[in-house]
Design a binder for this molecule. Structure first.
Ligand SMILES: [Zn+2]
Length: 255
């Protein structure tokens, strides 16, 4: 039986659905805060695939797109992570607006596209590689399509998901992917961000199956709005299907 380090989260029992207001609830903690052995981690969902994680190691911007005003009120980035080159994840002008002196870690393909202004403090890791930043180990998890007719979207070997290893608390960010053997083999994930959105990644049903295979303690469905609005990428459907396997966190990604 695997053991997880003890940590206190501010949200309720496993299996419940938490509807998240963006602002901190009066008198309480934001449901987007996680108390870990390393300290407090706050999740700021920005939109679609973009998020800002306030962590004991620094503020981490993940796939930040939009303009500088999008990030008003958030601490400046200490680290920027980019999963892959698509326009909902990598926008050079957005990075130029928010990166400043922050470190940046990308997949190799994006590293090869960076304009000169974004190269300082930038590095890259490929699928299966790890690096460290401010004392945390960061792993690049393969993100790719497994369906035969979707290979052109995210070909195997190019794009990254990431795991951030804080003391006693592992965060997995899927990037754009379908369920892969590498994802299913993940262990001891405390907090996961798992993509949906057809035709490019997963349906709600596929994402729920993928999540149940590695059963993170908490999971945020993200990246769920796109071309197909038929309901097959509905986060509430996802939540019902995940059931008690993980506590589903529904956040305002598209407000
Ligand atoms: Zn995407």
């Amino acid at each position: 039986m695997q053991t997880r380090r003890t940590f206190l989260a501010t949200a309720a029992t496993a299996g419940t659905i938490t509807i998240l207001p963006f602002a901190t609830r009066a008198g309480g903690h934001s449901p987007n805060e996680f108390k870990t052995d390393a300290g407090l981690i706050t999740v700021n969902p920005v939109s679609h695939a973009s998020m800002v994680l306030e962590t004991p190691a620094g503020t981490i911007y993940v796939d930040p797109v939009g303009d500088a005003a999008t990030y008003d009120g958030m601490p400046p980035a200490d680290l920027v992570l980019v999963t892959h080159e698509h326009g909902d994840h990598y926008v050079p002008d957005a990075l130029a607006a928010i990166k400043g002196d922050a470190a940046m870690i990308t997949n190799p393909a994006v590293a090869g596209m960076l304009p000169d202004g974004l190269k300082p403090n930038s590095s890259n890791i490929g699928n299966g590689e790890t690096t460290t930043w401010n004392g945390i180990t960061i792993e690049a998890i393969p993100a790719y399509n497994t369906s035969e007719n979707k290979q052109n979207f995210h070909p195997k070997g190019r794009d990254n998901g990431y795991i951030l290893n804080f003391e006693g608390f592992r965060i997995y960010i899927s990037g754009d992917t379908e369920q892969t053997p590498e994802m299913s083999a993940l262990e001891n994930i405390d907090l996961a961000f798992v993509c949906m959105n057809l035709p490019f990644t997963m349906s709600a049903q596929a994402a729920a199956e993928a999540v149940k295979a590695f059963a993170p303690t908490y999971v945020y469905p993200y990246h769920f709005r796109g071309r197909d609005l038929s309901g097959t990428q509905d986060p509430m459907v996802f939540s019902d299907l995940v059931g008690d396997a993980s506590e589903v966190k529904i956040a305002s990604w598209y407000s």
